[in-house]
Design a protein around this ligand. Structure first.
Ligand code: ZN
Length: 618
């Protein structure tokens, strides 16, 4: 499409909040107290865990499940077997000759997590390990509204870094400790979510963590939670200018507390530099990175950008609710955790800053708005991709006309590949990683960008703020974002949610003909794809003037405001979806018209853009 025509793009992405609970909503609650000893020589650890579990569900529970994620990193695990059978395995997880790295792990390199003893309110319970899940038959049922206390001992071994967690990652970070403790599975309105750890995506119970970590005193620890004993620990946590109380022995015990989170991650390395940045009216930002000259430039550059990104998300989604956020060198790419992220690739500043923006955005879309990622991966990865594209565009001064262009390209590529599965597919059940990735990240981002086309950009941003306000510290589901958008816009949007997320229906509208009609001109449009959409049409005249026409979708029962206030708009009668064609007449002759363009913003994900433009012969 011609650049001139595109000059009419998008408009401002910037503009209140209400609090209203989903009726009948409930969620479980956990209070973890853990005491863990890590042996940094052999990467083995032991721990005790006391878990007070509150059953807020309407149901009595006679069993519970724990995730034992580290068991995935063993030859013959479901993760290993899936890796060996998927057509396009994750490159991080295979060797150069395309073999599963998990299959090649020795006894001392595998990961494991085993529960050694478990009681419920002091009584022994029977429990059984099934791969990455512990099945527990309770001594007595937990009644609706009841509380029970589980106490356990466990032991683990940190795997050689294969995916996300592990020891000695590519940047040389000793311990990336995510998905490392026995973690109670979530029970919600859909029932239990004791998903095996096969590839990806998590869902956890909201609650409070009190964690003590004992390890070699040379190691610096960063992660989820506020350090309770900074004056005993030091390592950059002590009050500025204060002296640290020397501890006896070879180890230090780090005491962290994290209120209202659904996960707890930590990372440790003896060579971590620890910088802090106190934001004005905001959290303290912590940065942990290897003391190596090749990482320095990146890890200094990322600091002011984290502050800028935090400010952007605070303004556009809602206030970050914790007093601390840590950007930590570790893991195997970028991965979001409660109050923190692990990022690798330390010698490439641009890449680390890009990853940091994405992972920080997850603090909103996952770590406060805690969707079940396994089932609705597009609500965390897609929404994160959407908001981080906007953020990058502003704080990195990218000034792209369409900051979501890559997401659209990715989606078109998938939609035309024949490999697409509906976005409602469980994250582990995509045939290809390619289809999962584009569906979650790109098609998920397009869900929001295109919703902006349907309802108007200001209304979209208002929807995000209201969604955050109403569903923070909960588990929102797809219907929640739809209902929020409906309340903000006054439109009916069920068709949008259903077609976009539960089907692979595509959008294809076109200009069929432009022909003289008396003194004027008749424009006939057609709907070729199955998915319904409202239509914006731009007319560009030979004298340089422009006007737009808007055909709302009938089943939407509403209209958006004029997205291009500088151009006069005519609202046409609704286009009822079942009608394959739609026409309207203008009272200027065809000889006046230079071009007719469907959706000049290109935010409607039309899989065939060729037929969206009609241009007069030269
Ligand atoms: Zn992500």
């Amino acid at each position: 499409m011609k650049k001139i025509i595109l000059a009419v793009l998008i408009g401002g992405f910037l503009s209140s909040s209400y609090a209203q609970n989903r009726t009948n909503y409930w969620q479980q609650h956990v209070d973890y107290t853990m005491d863990v000893n890590m042996d940094v020589e052999n990467y083995q650890y032991t721990g005790t865990q006391k878990l007070v579990y509150t059953n807020n569900s309407p149901d009595a529970l006679d069993r519970v499940f724990y995730h034992l994620y580290f068991n995935a990193f063993q030859p013959g695990s479901e993760m290993d077997i899936r890796l060996q059978n998927i057509q396009d395995p994750d490159r991080r997880m295979i060797t150069e000759d395309k073999k599963s790295r998990i299959a090649g792990l020795s006894e001392s390199e595998i990961g494991y997590l085993h529960v050694e003893s478990l009681t419920q309110d002091g009584a022994n319970v029977s429990f059984q390990e099934e791969g990455t899940v512990l099945v527990v038959d309770l001594a007595k049922p937990i009644p609706s509204g009841g509380k029970t206390t589980f106490e356990m001992t466990f032991k683990g071994q940190v795997p050689v870094q294969i995916r996300r967690s592990g020891r000695n990652n590519a940047d040389g970070v000793a311990l990336s400790m995510s998905q490392w403790y026995p973690k109670l599975a979530e029970y919600d309105f859909e029932g239990w979510h004791a998903d095996p750890y096969i590839a990806r995506e998590f869902h956890g119970v909201w609650g409070d963590f009190d964690v003590k970590l004992t390890l070699d005193k040379d190691y610096v620890v960063g992660g989820t939670g506020y350090l309770q004993n900074p004056q005993e620990i030091g390592h950059g946590y002590e009050a500025p200018g204060s002296s640290v109380k020397k501890q006896k022995g070879k180890t230090l015990t780090w005491h962290f507390k994290a209120p209202m989170v659904h996960d707890f991650m930590w990372a440790a390395d003896p060579e971590y530099v620890h910088d802090t940045l106190q934001m004005v009216d905001g959290p303290t930002l912590h940065f942990f990175y290897k003391n190596d000259p090749k990482f320095l430039e990146t890890w200094k550059a990322v600091q002011p950008m984290t502050e800028k990104a935090m400010n952007f998300f605070n303004r556009n989604i809602g206030e970050y609710p914790y007093e601390q956020y840590s950007v930590i060198q570790g893991g195997d790419g970028g991965m979001e955790y409660a109050m923190a992220t692990l990022i690798t690739g330390g010698d490439k500043p641009g890449s680390v800053i890009g990853t940091m923006i994405h992972e920080l955005a997850h603090s909103w879309f996952q770590h406060v708005l805690a969707t079940n990622e396994s089932k609705h991966e597009w609500m965390d990865e897609g929404f994160t991709s959407f908001i981080s594209a906007l953020c990058s565009n502003e704080i990195r001064e990218q000034n792209k006309e369409n900051p979501f262009e890559n997401s659209y390209k990715g989606y078109y590529n998938l939609a035309l590949s024949g490999k697409e599965q509906p976005m409602s597919t469980h994250a582990d059940r995509y045939d290809l990683n390619f289809a999962y990735g584009i569906s979650a990240y790109s098609k998920g981002a397009v869900f929001l960008a295109q919703l902006g086309y349907v309802m108007g950009q200001d209304k979209l941003m208002e929807t995000l703020r209201k969604y955050y306000e109403e569903f923070k510290f909960k588990h929102p589901v797809p219907n929640d974002i739809k209902r929020t958008a409906e309340k903000v816009s006054g439109m009916e949007l069920d068709w949008y949610l259903t077609d976009w997320t539960q089907t692979t229906n595509t959008i294809d509208y076109g200009i069929k003909t432009v022909e003289p009609e008396g003194e004027g001109t008749k424009i006939i449009m057609e709907r070729i794809g199955l998915m319904p959409m409202p239509i914006d049409v731009l007319l560009v005249y030979n004298d340089g003037s422009r006007e737009t026409f808007y055909a709302p979708l009938r089943m939407m029962r509403g209209e958006k405001e004029n997205p291009y206030p500088q151009i006069e708009r005519t609202v046409l009668p609704d286009w009822p979806w079942a009608f394959p064609t739609y026409d309207f007449t203008i009272n200027r002759p065809i000889s006046d018209i230079q071009a007719v363009v469907i959706d000049p913003s290109q935010l409607m994900a039309d899989i065939n853009e060729e037929n969206n433009v009609w241009q007069a012969e030269e």
